[in-house]
Ligand binder design. Structure first.
Ligand SMILES: Cc1cc2nc3c(=O)[nH]c(=O)nc-3n(C[C@H](O)[C@H](O)[C@H](O)COP(=O)(O)OP(=O)(O)OC[C@H]3O[C@@H](n4cnc5c(N)ncnc54)[C@H](O)[C@@H]3O)c2cc1C
Length: 529
């Protein structure tokens, strides 16, 4: 029974943990003081990262995140809950809508080959792969357990424009999960005719850390939620209680010491646990050096789940996701161009005023690199002449076309050189390099949730046996939802609160566009265009 003395322990202040606190306060109407959020980090910098680098010399983020209004129902509703102190806007969603109404994203150079823009409108799928796509969409997930995308489609499929456009936006590689691929196609079916232009995509006015995370934290602090920084939750004591299970103790270590402390979880307390992590063990390089790979010790985000799963096999299988770094890692780069020259050059390239340039994928680069330039300030304190770009390569272990090295071996100058050559800007190479900062970032587990899996590899958000705990984030199972999204983490928070506390409220449904005959007709037309 929840009482005024109940305590709510949330492990992790990623968007999933923060959203859990918001739902608890707004829907159950508990006092913020009853909630404590623990995180191993000292500051709020996790999967929704973005920050200045070494005293604003340059900026760092792992990605420019994109949303899509009709596919992100939970995120859109959630943003309406967060008030902003601005006389023009009531909440985060108002801010977001106003910005996106004014700033269309239109990518005229989705695919680039031989330094020319490719006609990306035609998917160039073979008849048999088209048929396979249809068959996949009607095959039950139970028949696709552990299957890889490459086990299913022909080799031609991986040379089609469909695959180039699909895999670079959603970060799929051929060895990833066929179930996840099916879920993504179903979720994006209503926008398939825009795969070549990405028109429906939307972005937050600034990076997501400043546009989303900071206002949420601001609101939670005003509600008196307690934040415990630099606190690693190392283990949980989960005990049987008749045919159910409950967390009775939380073990933690603080401020990088080895002393373990414990919290006693009382009868009316609840525990919300972020498990696994796509960004753990991430390391940054510098202008002079590639990132040092930090693979010796798994982060506590993984070991906590391993410790729980060892004693409670129904909450397994973290090892499916965290033991194949060669299949889950990436290096991405943030470039800060301090010279307005790059903006001028891009304007000439696209021949009009644009907010963003990209998402462009260079399909003849060995590395398969994709780039996005953000031509308006993307950080609050950013100089107006500065341009930020973000880019990544899906095939990090191949040698580059111009610089004959692997991605992981290159310093910033080599990285920029490769990019500038592909964009046909080599005449300006020296000047661009002299006035830019490029920071590489290595993330060993970044696509770990995309690995082939069985439905039982991830625990349900609220397991059937749970009395007082729920799981949060990208590694719990939410039927039909797609991982690698903010949407998934926020929905996990909503399910956790509503289901665990037995609230008479409906979780925001996933919109099933594939049930709409008009959408289906359009999708088929697009496949054949
Ligand atoms: C490169 C990249 C690009 C992305 N692009 C998009 C995009 O375009 N669109 C989109 O919607 N989404 C995108 N995402 C996904 C989105 O950012 C994530 O799904 C989401 O932010 C995950 O939030 P989370 O709270 O579940 O997990 P995290 O952000 O990983 O937060 C988990 C938190 O829990 C803490 N924690 C975990 N275990 C413990 C423990 N035992 N003790 C103490 N602390 C612990 C961690 O320190 C961390 O702060 C992208 C992600 C990345 C990395």
């Amino acid at each position: 029974m929840i009482s005024a003395k109940s305590k709510f322990y949330i492990i992790g202040w990623g968007i999933a943990g923060l959203a859990t606190a918001v739902y608890l306060i707004q829907d159950w109407i508990i006092n913020g003081k009853q909630i404590t959020i623990y995180d191993k980090a000292k500051r709020f910098w996790w999967a929704l990262d973005a920050k200045d680098y070494e005293k604003k010399d340059g900026y760092v983020m792992r990605w420019i995140r994109v949303f899509e209004e009709t596919a992100y129902t939970c995120t859109m509703n959630f943003m309406k809950r967060i008030p902003v102190l601005n006389k023009h806007h009531k909440n985060l969603k108002d801010n977001y809508t106003k910005f996106n109404n004014k700033n269309d994203i239109y990518f005229e150079s989705r695919l680039i080959k031989n330094k020319e823009v490719v006609d990306a409108k035609h998917f160039k799928l073979t008849k048999s792969d088209r048929l396979k796509l249809f068959t996949l969409l009607v095959t039950p997930e139970s028949k696709l357990d552990n299957k890889k995308i490459e086990d299913y489609f022909s080799l031609d499929f991986f040379k089609s424009n469909f695959w180039y456009e699909f895999c670079t936006v959603f970060a799929f590689e051929p060895w990833h999960s066929l179930v996840e691929c099916k879920r993504y196609i179903l979720r994006s079916i209503h926008s398939s005719q825009y795969f070549d232009t990405l028109e429906p995509l939307q972005i937050t006015p600034l990076n997501q850390y400043e546009s989303m995370i900071l206002p949420i934290i601001d609101w939670l602090e005003k509600e008196w939620v307690i934040f415990e920084t630099n606190t690693k939750i190392t283990n949980l004591n989960i005990m049987k209680s008749l045919d159910k299970k409950k967390v009775s103790k939380i073990f933690y270590k603080k401020n990088n010491t080895d002393t373990e402390h414990e919290i006693k979880v009382s009868k009316n307390d609840y525990v919300f646990i972020s498990i696994g992590s796509m960004v753990s063990n991430t390391t940054l390089g510098s202008m002079k050096e590639a990132p040092v790979q930090n693979l010796e010790k798994k982060s506590v985000a993984w070991t906590l789940w391993e410790n729980i799963a060892e004693k409670n096999p129904e909450f397994w299988n973290p090892w499916n996701f965290n033991s194949q770094i060669n299949k889950t890692s990436w290096i991405s780069y943030t470039i800060t161009f301090k010279n307005p020259l790059i903006k001028e050059l891009i304007k000439k390239y696209v021949n009009k005023e644009v907010t963003t340039f990209g998402w462009s994928t260079i399909i003849d680069s060995n590395w398969f690199m994709s780039i996005w330039f953000y031509l308006k300030p993307y950080f609050k304190d950013q100089d107006k002449d500065t341009t930020i770009a973000w880019w990544y390569g899906l095939y990090a272990d191949k040698e580059w076309n111009y610089i004959k090295k692997k991605m992981s071996e290159c310093n910033w100058e080599e990285i920029l050189t490769e990019l500038i050559y592909h964009l046909w800007l080599e005449g300006h190479l020296k000047e661009i390099i002299k006035t830019s900062v490029c920071i590489p970032c290595f993330s060993p587990y970044v696509t770990s949730h995309m690995l082939p899996k069985k439905s039982t590899d991830r625990p349900q958000v609220v397991p059937k046996t749970s009395l007082n705990f729920a799981f949060l984030g990208q590694f719990c199972e939410i039927p039909e939802d797609i991982v690698f999204t903010v949407e998934y983490s926020i929905r996990s928070a909503q399910i956790a609160v509503y289901k665990l506390l037995n609230l008479d409220k409906k979780v925001t449904p996933i919109y099933k566009w594939y049930r709409n005959p008009k959408v289906l007709f359009q999708a088929v037309k697009t496949l054949f265009r």
